[in-house]
Design a protein around this ligand. Structure first.
Ligand SMILES: Cc1cc2nc3c(=O)[nH]c(=O)nc-3n(C[C@H](O)[C@H](O)[C@H](O)COP(=O)(O)OP(=O)(O)OC[C@H]3O[C@@H](n4cnc5c(N)ncnc54)[C@H](O)[C@@H]3O)c2cc1C
Length: 405
């Protein structure tokens, strides 16, 4: 067992593996990626793999654009496979109050040089014949949007990190962050301590548990998200634009000659990871198909195939929500050398190449390559939420993922 490192990254999901890869690529010599389960096996491979370029802030839009470049050059850069499809997307409003949101998105998209346009409900139906125009009042087409195979990203980054010299320690659990006189000195694991001056907490749903074991509080809420993949159906071409229905917060994209679809429901299930026990893995989580069927009914006029096409896969994971809907990336004020890469807000996979790259630069250069203040853990220093308030805010952020009014 190795006993020292320059940087320890906890968690080999998309955020941890991307950070480890860019650290190693930037020349950090002794990077250790510690993973308590199989490599890249928890929430990341269960995602939808959709990339949405028009985001609610300029910063997120710029980061996602950077991530898109990285995804398109993933194989070139990492030597690992990644299947992706540049399908574009259709963001659909069914209520008059959401038209203004679409107009704001169009303005931001145009200002930032994205391929966006307003299309009529009939044109949207022509672009994706599985979207019916009934009840649709406005549609934004985003040409830049894409999707990819979610199972390949974290695993690819983790493998590529080792080819650049990083060490992977699977089936090793970090039990505590070691802190002396306000600075990180390493971690304790179930296989012994590892000394290091820098530790990155990218433990996904367990981020909070890992930090809190050493008295560092971080306000994020592990939140269930699940999806269905349908059986193949005639005409479900891989290049059909993805569909997002704003007020219902339902998404759908092509997948293996059928469709993959899911929802950001009104009342998501939250988790206290400590209560689930040491051995819990995401695959053990009980899924709830009733949630998905409820929203299939809600969007039946626009996406009737969701109710009529048999399901061949039901899966879910536990991303983390924050109170303000921004990720949590950067140094923790509580301990020098301790960084977070978490608070993914159900959008951590698609943005992981850009965040991993930025965080690696932050660790090595002492500053991020762009202003990441809105994501900094320091923003919580002067705020204290009760668990109830935090969950209420997180619920609102989750349900309003597509910015519906
Ligand atoms: C159904 C669904 C659909 C989604 N769709 C999208 C989408 O379309 N686009 C998008 O961008 N995002 C999407 N997401 C969100 C995306 O999956 C997450 O943002 C992303 O996977 C988060 O990655 P992570 O690295 O934080 O977490 P994880 O992948 O869970 O990785 C964290 C790792 O840390 C390890 N770990 C935890 N504790 C310890 C410890 N003490 N010691 C060592 N290791 C530890 C865990 O075992 C785990 O492997 C979706 C999620 C779900 C569930």
């Amino acid at each position: 067992m190795v006993d020292h490192a320059d940087v320890i990254v906890i968690g080999s999901g998309a955020l941890g593996s991307a950070t480890a890869f860019y650290l190693a690529t930037r020349g950090a010599r002794n990077v250790i990626l510690v993973e308590k389960h199989d490599i890249a096996s928890q929430t990341s491979p269960r995602a939808a793999g959709m990339v949405s370029c028009v985001r609610s802030t300029d910063l997120m839009t710029q980061l996602v654009r950077r991530a898109v470049e990285r995804i398109q050059h993933f194989t070139e850069e990492t030597g690992q496979p990644l299947d992706w499809v540049h399908s574009g997307s259709l963001k659909v409003a069914r209520r008059s109050q959401d038209i203004a949101v679409i107009e704001r998105d169009l303005d931001r998209g145009r200002r930032l040089g994205l391929d966006v346009e307003s299309v009529s409900p009939q044109e949207a139906h022509r672009l994706n014949p599985f979207l019916e125009p009934d009840g649709v009042v406005a549609v934004m087409r985003v040409g830049d949007d894409m999707y990819f195979n979610p199972a390949q990203v974290a695993a690819g980054f983790a493998r590529a990190a080792t080819t650049r010299g990083a060490t992977l320690l699977a089936h090793t659990t970090v039990t505590r962050i070691l802190i002396e006189r306000g600075a990180v000195t390493g971690v304790d694991t179930d296989k012994g301590p590892i000394r290091a001056p820098v530790v990155v907490d990218a433990a996904g749903a367990w981020t909070r548990q890992v930090a809190e074991a050493s008295g560092i509080r971080i306000p994020l809420v592990p939140t269930m998200q699940q999806l269905f993949i349908t059986q193949p159906l005639p005409g479900a071409r891989a290049d059909l634009p993805m569909v997002r229905i704003m007020d219902a917060a339902v998404y759908m994209r092509p997948c293996d000659d059928g469709f993959l679809w899911g929802v950001y429901e009104e009342d998501p299930r939250f988790f206290d990871m400590s209560a689930l026990g040491e051995r819990f893995e995401i695959k053990d989580m009980a899924l709830d198909s009733a949630v998905l069927w409820r929203y299939a009914n809600d969007v039946n006029r626009q996406l009737p195939i969701l109710l009529t096409t048999p399901v061949r896969e039901h899966r879910g994971g536990i991303p983390t929500m924050t109170a303000d809907g921004h990720h949590i990336v950067g140094p923790a004020p509580a301990a020098r050398g301790f960084f977070f890469a978490s608070g993914c807000n159900v959008a951590g996979l698609s943005i992981s190449p850009a965040l991993g790259e930025a965080l690696a630069a932050w660790v090595l250069d002492g500053a991020p390559p762009m202003d990441l203040t809105p994501m900094s853990p320091a923003r919580f220093a002067s705020t204290s939420w009760s668990e109830n308030e935090l969950r209420q805010q997180a619920r609102w952020q989750y349900r309003h993922f597509y910015g519906a009014a």
